[in-house]
Design a protein around this ligand. Structure first.
Ligand SMILES: [Zn+2]
Length: 79
């Protein structure tokens, strides 16, 4: 079980600021909808292993990755 205290600290790793919503066996980004599975009480916050929401074929399609202030470098170049 993920505690409220831990949940309050966790944010979407894609933009590193969007809050997550706790579901039964996953944390779901309230912004982009990516699902991070919780295994043995430990959320797996690896972007590469996140379950993408419907309509998103890749990480680049995530709402969080499209944000101007996204921290995830999906283009391979720094702006
Ligand atoms: Zn997100």
């Amino acid at each position: 079980m993920v505690s409220k205290e831990l949940l309050a600290l966790l944010v979407c790793p894609v933009d590193q600021k969007s809050p997550l919503r706790l579901e039964s066996e996953a944390l779901v980004c309230t912004r982009c909808g990516a699902r991070y599975a919780i295994k043995d009480g430990i959320p797996n916050m690896l972007v590469e292993e996140a379950e993408l929401p419907p309509g998103c074929a890749s990480l680049n399609d995530l709402e969080c990755a499209k944000a101007d202030d996204a921290k995830l470098d999906t283009t391979g170049s720094l702006t």
